[in-house]
Design a protein around this ligand. Structure first.
Ligand code: GLU
Length: 459
């Protein structure tokens, strides 16, 4: 069998959204599964609506998701150029072929593609004009996901507009031919175009590729397709919020595909091994933000320390200038690392880190008045504080175990419980009653900060 060649063919007319990312991903997975080639082709013929900004968002998002392309802008390949705006010559050549075969005619300045079959005029109520219908044979599409689909084109259609610009159907097919695409994997919204495309392939004497139309992604609540305006639709947004790309990829895989059992979190190599077109569901998939957050958390918890810190660093670097961002930027590398690793098992996402760790980086953190009231009402917090100050002056702060032993010893000597020290110590060094374990807090903050904060709070 010929080597599989698939393509992702976005138009840079808007931000890169979840539906596009999933189409790219399914193409990429299919290429990787079959040992084929993944082509990136930019469909930028619509000069009015395209922008370089959107183009860069496409490159950035694909790169961030790890969907590397084997041919396309930036990497080249034997069938370029890979931007339609640079392929005018190819379209002219193929238009000549259609002309020579007698399959085009001009009307009102536009060039039409002529279907085969008997013609007759009918009055179209809807459009309020007489149109020419063609008794054409149906195009049969053996869609790898949808199954057999039959559609009939019964009207000639424009392939070059009166302004000289070739239309989507024509350039899309010419590119699939010249780029030797074997499988067209795309959103179901293009199913209705497929019969036009099949007619063009045939008229150009080219083999019709295999088709696989992926069902839609429905919005989280209510009926209807997820649109670019829906909450959670933009890939950029996840990147900005510090989501892990591998978690998003895993989540996207499951929007319309499953491994045949109920496994969800899977290494990408395993997904590549199992992914196949017949495995893609026919029914629409529903976007589920909670499921994505859950997936992200699962990946976050097992992220190797170096990568977690790297992700946190990048996220802090992108924070809008503010007290925490500035203080964290000034903090030394090993302190930042320890703070982040202490917080890794505690946060639900990278984006929670700045608020969760703020008091590590500044001395003027707020003291929660409600917590203060509660903590100061129990036992003898003043005495506990005084004892903790003595502890902080001399105890071994190098490990959690050493700190725990020191507090336990203190508790035993003073007839108090570990918890009595914990609550007031936490309040004094962090201003709150939630956070990492007190031993971890002491170790990472270090003797100097802990002592300074205890003394200040006790004053
Ligand atoms: N440029 C089209 C789109 O953005 C691609 C259609 C196709 O994959 O054939 O939807």
């Amino acid at each position: 069998m010929a080597k599989v060649r698939v393509r992702f063919a976005p138009s840079p007319t808007g931000f890169f959204h979840i539906g596009s990312a999933r189409t790219a991903l399914f193409n990429w997975l299919y290429a990787r599964h079959t040992g084929g080639v993944f082509v990136l082709r930019i469909e930028d013929t619509d000069k009015e609506r395209n922008s370089e900004q959107f183009l860069n968002v496409i490159y950035d998002s694909l790169t961030w998701l790890g969907l590397n392309w084997d041919e396309g802008p930036g990497v080249g390949g034997d069938f370029g150029p890979y931007r339609q705006s640079e392929r005018g010559l190819v379209y002219r050549e193929y238009l000549e072929k259609l002309k020579a075969a007698g399959r085009t005619y001009e009307k009102d300045g536009a060039i039409f593609f002529r279907l085969l079959g008997e013609r007759h005029e009918v009055y179209d109520e809807h459009r309020k004009k007489t149109v020419t219908k063609v008794g054409n044979t149906p195009a049969v599409i053996d869609d790898r996901i949808r199954g057999r689909v039959e559609r009939t084109e019964d009207e000639d259609f424009v392939i070059v507009r009166s302004d000289g610009n070739p239309v989507f159907h024509f350039v899309n097919v010419v590119d699939d031919i010249t780029m030797r695409i074997t499988h067209v994997i795309r959103g179901e919204d293009h199913l209705s175009n497929t019969s036009k495309h099949v007619e063009l392939f045939k008229a150009l004497g080219a083999p019709v590729p295999e088709y696989a139309h992926i069902p839609l992604i429905l919005k989280q609540n209510g009926p209807g397709k997820m649109s670019k305006r829906d909450q959670g639709a933009l890939i950029e947004e996840y990147q900005r919020r510090g989501f892990l790309p591998e978690a998003l990829v895993n989540f996207l895989c499951l929007l319309g595909w499953n491994p045949g059992d109920d496994r969800e979190k899977m290494p990408i190599a395993e997904i590549i091994r199992l992914f196949d077109l017949p495995g893609v569901n026919q029914s629409n998939a529903r976007f589920d933000e909670k499921k994505l957050a859950h997936m992200n958390l699962a990946y976050l918890l097992e992220l190797p320390p170096d990568r977690f810190v790297e992700q946190a660093r990048a996220f802090f670097a992108r924070l809008p200038a503010g007290a925490t961002a500035a203080a964290a930027a000034k903090a030394d590398e090993s302190y930042f690392r320890e703070v982040m690793l202490l917080s890794q098992p505690k946060v639900k996402g990278i984006e929670e880190l700045p608020a969760y760790t703020a008091y590590f980086f500044c001395e003027d953190f707020p003291i929660d008045p409600k917590v203060r009231e509660k903590v100061m009402a129990k036992d003898d917090p003043k005495a506990r504080l005084a004892e903790l100050i003595e502890l902080a002056k001399s105890a071994d702060f190098s490990t959690d175990a050493a700190i725990e032993a020191a507090i336990k010893d203190l508790a035993a000597r003073n007839g108090a419980g570990f918890g009595d020290y914990q609550a007031v110590a936490r309040l004094a060094v962090s201003g709150t009653n939630v956070g990492p374990s007190i031993t971890g807090l002491f170790r990472v903050l270090g003797r100097e900060r802990v002592l300074r904060r205890l003394v200040r709070f006790a004053a």
